[in-house]
Structure formats: structure tokens, C-alpha cells
Design a protein around this ligand. Structure first.
Ligand code: LMR
Length: 365
């Protein structure tokens, strides 16, 4: 009687064939399991230019945590903050070439890619509140913009929020005329260029990572950004004055390399989409909180004088900046501008109605 040994059991050739088949199944099962477990995880390199402590930085970490847990380790997300892998200018190219798989550039940085339509988000005083903004992003306009990325080998997954932008310089910025002759750092958007020119300033495109040094050495005199960016980049150390103007918006599109994304197994992609939806809800919540906290922290430094633009001056700034909408109507689409105005008007009406209902409910008490 011949017999042979396997590491953990012995098969007798006289054993009936069913038993052999069963044993082979067990063997194959174990082999298959070992192969699957040993398979390299899919790696997503997520590069961004902000500090890990910012809303974008924290949400990138949240996505990592959720994505890895939902895919049970078959995806590994590596987050690279502070532009340590790629700076503003290079990250889009790196994504298109597949050197990184995921980015969250600001909406103002899609122009150089040839998709100028995103400049709708750079129109000054276009979005009176976050409700209007989210309706635009999460509605038809936002979806159409995201769809345009596909021709560039990019897939858009979500819109992330930062907040409304404020102005800073080393001199007080109270009136629109105060910008005359100032060199102002902007992101790579022609609409932001136009906004600064309308104010009489001289715009200078510059990567985010270079802003602090450029303000310090006087290469530029001022800038615009959100409170959380001013705070996390310590811009308050190099700017004596800030005006809370809420004149523009800064948000992000989370994007992936299209070929990479479409090459993922459908069940993995579905789990990643779920992780992204959750991370997006988290991001939008903390963006609001972080900007509020940042204002307190900026005040506490005592280094920058913070001026709240009074409503009357805000109207004057608005009037001064309004021509930019018309100037960019062909670029971002006249219809899109009209559609945003309409959404803003609807939101205003709803908010007024809510306010009236609340006060009549209070009066009845
Ligand atoms: C900037 O360049 O000012 C911002 O886009 C940076 C960011 O990602 O918030």
C-alpha cells in the first residue's frame, strides 16, 4: 500500500475518490486564501499642499481611516500633506501621469488645466452664503463641472469646503481704493487676477508653499485666503492688517486619476465611494468650525489687526468687484452665472421665510 504525506495529513491511495477531492478542495482553499491575504494592497497616494491640521488635512486622514477599514485592508491610503510630494504647479501633472492617485486642489487651480469653467467659484461676491454654495456644488452645475474633468484623464469624487476668503496686507484695507498699487498674491486663476486688477492691485500668481516667505521678504505686499489658511500658515506673523470681507470663496475638488479609478474592482470602488461620502460630510462640518476657531486664534496672537468690513463698505466693495462677473460671463458661462444668482435668490427667500416663521412662533409663545 502506497501512501504520501502532506504537512498535516496523510492520504491513503485506497481512500475513496470523494475524500481525495475533498482534500484537494481544502488545499486549494488554503492556497487561494493565502494568495489573497498575501496580495499587495492597492495603494492610493493622496497628496495635498496644506498642513495635516487643516480641514482638508484632517478629512484626508479621515478618508484614509474609512477607506482602509471598509476595504478590510485591500486598499492602503498614504497621505502626503504640506506639498511634500508635489507643489501646486506639479501635482496635477503628477496625477495625470499616475505618480499620485488622489489630490484635493482648490477650485481656483483648474484653469491652467484648460477647464476655466471652475472660475465660477472665483467670482467675487458670487455666493452670499454656504447654503447657496452647497446647492451649486451638489447640484447640476457642480456635476457638469466635475464631468468636464474626464477629458483630462481625471475623475472628480467630491467637493470639499474651506470657507470665505479675507484680505490682508501690511496697511489697512478699508476702502476699495486701498488696494491701489499693492502686489497681491493669488492662486493660478484668471478670475482672481481680474478681481485684483479691478481693485487697482497687481496680482502675482504663486504656489501656496511660497506665500509666507514672499510676504516676509516683500516680494508681495498682501494676499487673500481663508481664516484657517491664514492661521495654519502663520500669515499673521507677516501681515499687520486683515479685513474680514468674505469677498470670495475657497473650496476643493477631490480628484483621482481616471484610469486608476476605473481599473479598481467594482466592490472596492463602491467602498471607497462610501468612505469619500462620509469624509466629505465630516470635512464640511469641520471646515466651518476650523474657520471660526482660527479667527479666535488669530485674535489671540495680537499680531494682525482684524477689521470687520461694515455692511455699507461691503456694498461698495461689491459694486467695485461686480464687473468681474460680466467680464467672465463667456468663460464660466452666462447661463451658469444666472443660475447661481437664481439659487442665491431662492435661498435668501427661504431664509427670510424661516426667520419670519420663527419670529411669529416666538411672538405666539
Ligand atoms: C492657496 O493656494 O491659497 C490654497 O489653494 C491652498 C489650499 O489648498 O487651501
Amino acid at each position: 500500500m502506497r501512501s504520501f504525506h502532506l504537512p498535516w495529513f496523510r492520504i491513503n491511495t485506497k481512500t475513496d475518490s470523494t475524500k481525495i477531492t475533498q482534500s484537494l478542495f481544502v488545499l486549494f482553499g488554503i492556497f487561494f486564501l493565502q494568495t489573497v491575504l498575501a496580495a499587495d494592497p492597492v495603494v492610493i497616494k493622496f497628496s495635498h499642499v496644506l498642513a495635516a491640521s487643516t480641514p482638508k488635512g484632517m478629512a484626508a486622514e479621515k478618508f484614509k481611516e474609512l477607506a482602509e477599514s471598509y476595504t478590510k485592508g485591500s486598499v492602503r491610503v498614504e497621505v502626503y500633506p504640506n506639498g511634500q510630494l508635489y507643489k501646486d504647479r506639479d501635482e496635477m501633472v503628477a496625477l495625470q501621469l499616475g505618480a499620485v492617485q488622489m489630490l484635493a486642489p482648490s477650485l481656483s487651480k483648474f484653469g491652467p488645466l484648460g477647464i476655466r469653467d471652475f472660475e465660477i467659484f472665483d467670482m467675487p461676491y458670487m455666493f452670499p452664503n454656504k447654503t447657496t454654495l452647497y446647492r451649486v456644488m451638489d447640484g447640476k452645475i457642480g456635476a457638469n463641472l466635475i464631468a468636464k474633468l474626464e477629458s483630462k484623464g481625471i475623475k472628480g469624487l467630491a467637493y470639499w469646503d474651506n470657507g470665505f476668503k479675507q484680505m490682508s496686507a501690511n496697511k489697512p484695507l478699508r476702502n476699495a481704493e486701498d488696494f491701489k498699487g499693492l502686489k497681491m498674491r493669488i492662486q493660478s486663476s484668471k478670475a482672481l487676477d481680474a478681481q485684483m486688477r479691478v481693485l487697482g492691485a497687481s496680482p502675482q500668481v504663486m504656489p501656496f508653499s511660497e506665500v509666507y516667505a514672499a510676504l516676509k521678504n516683500g516680494e508681495v505686499n498682501g494676499t487673500e485666503n481663508t481664516l484657517s489658511n491664514f492661521q495654519s500658515q502663520k500669515i499673521y506673523e507677516v501681515q499687520k492688517h486683515m479685513t474680514l470681507s468674505d469677498h470670495g470663496y475657497l473650496g476643493y475638488a477631490v480628484i483621482v486619476n481616471k484610469t486608476f479609478w476605473e481599473g479598481l474592482k467594482p466592490d472596492i470602488r463602491a467602498q471607497l465611494e462610501k468612505a469619500m461620502a462620509e469624509a466629505t460630510r465630516y470635512e464640511r462640518r469641520i471646515a466651518q468650525e476650523e474657520n471660526e476657531n482660527a479667527l479666535e486664534k488669530l485674535r489671540a496672537t495680537g499680531k494682525t489687526e482684524i477689521y470687520i468690513l461694515p455692511n455699507e463698505s461691503r456694498r461698495i466693495w461689491q459694486q467695485a468687484l461686480l464687473p468681474v462677473h460680466d467680464q467672465f460671463a463667456e468663460v464660466v458661462g452666462r447661463g451658469t452665472i444666472q443660475a447661481v444668482y437664481k439659487i442665491a435668490a431662492e435661498v435668501e427667500k427661504e431664509e427670510k421665510l424661516n426667520k419670519d416663521n420663527n419670529s411669529s412662533a416666538k411672538a405666539k409663545k
